[in-house]
Design a protein around this ligand. Sequence first.
Ligand code: TRP
Length: 457
Amino acid sequence: MTQETQGRGAWGNRLGFILAAAGSAVGLGNLWKFPYLTYRFGGEDPEQGGAGGFVLIYLLCVALVGLPVMIAEVLIGRRGRLNPVGSFRALRPASPWRLTGFLGLLAGFLILSYYAVVAGWTMEYVVKSVAWDFAGNDPVQMFDDFVSNPVKQVAWFFVFMVFSVLVVIGGVSKGIERWNRILMPLLLLMLLILVVRVFTLPGGGKAMRFLFLPDFANLDLDMVLWALGQAFFSLSLGMGALLTYGSYLPRKANIGLACVAIAGLDVFVALCASVVIFGSIFSFGLVMESGGIGNLFTAIPAIFLKMEGGRWMSVIFYVLVSFAALTSAVSLLEVVSSYLIDEKKMLRRNAVITAGTIIFAVGVPCALSFNLLAGFTVLDRTVFDLFDFFCANLALPIGGILISFFVGWVLTTEEKKEELGEFSPGLFKVWNFLVRVVAPLAILLVLGALLMGRVSG
Ligand code: TRP
């Protein structure tokens, strides 16, 4: 093992880890998918209920399942000091636990192959902002025209993959970590400006009521499944991304505190994005043809159109969103690549290019899901939706059960206490209980309901 761990990178300090992990967590999951799901589960009319039930369930999923699993995942990485497959093997040699690592690799591949499609949209919107195409055009129509153009979809997907490949070849720590330090705070600032702005519009208060007034009229198991899946997706859990980042973490760093900071920031960004997007939808009466999937690209331009200097704000905003997507994509690509490097002894460059090429090939049908293949459905879903459903709602939660079961029941208390020295005995007990019982049971119940056909997803 010592030979394998030699020459691996390490974060300079705890802040480096928090920033990189937050860079992985904060991405399209917060800015695009969370508002899109709240739209879907809240309905579009704030007078008739809202998304408060979904938001509340989401917060419970983050606190009771996401956070404990995150601590467990980082703990495995820091103790195993390798990629997901290697870390499980290092901790329990010759056991089938390393299969958990393989499931994670598969999920990583598939997630990136549709994630990068949406990331490509953000780049098109940088260009649209520079050209200020929004002026005089209906933002919803514009978005629909864009996604129904197959050439543009595949082209932007390709461009984004090239960026991701280049960054990961260059090494995560030097390039991406440094940019993260500057651009993540800027993204937060930009979001806060938009939040303030949205409260000067008539829809701001409505958006708050829509998102935060608990409303259980449309509460059902479906919603719980999606909330749980979204918690895993948004926090980058269940496939070994944070495990891999944890493997670069120094021994003495405080895992618990770092995870609380990462999860808190992640939730904060998702809520801010939703307030802005719904504030705009309600203020301007936007109707989403595509079920809200485009609201990051339709609601936000509508606000910029009304703002002094909106054009340049818009350019900055979409650049920051593209960057948030890039730091997340990089963490996905890094997991697959680190496996090929550690286990298959490939050169970094070849490993990353191989992984990137396969992911691009697998992702082309996702890019075509909104146009040429829009009519092609499996289990009532387009390829894009199918990938998202399989990864976020199945593979990640299953990975989460395995991770929490492993840390909860397979690792000894001594092993865990060594990693979580900062926890008081009481806190350790609470966390251990959440990881042993609450998290696996909650996930199992939701997945069980799915298997029994009680949930359609
Ligand atoms: N969490 C990221 C987002 O919200 C996406 C992501 C990056 C991810 N790495 C992951 C999702 C690992 C699941 C697993 O945009």
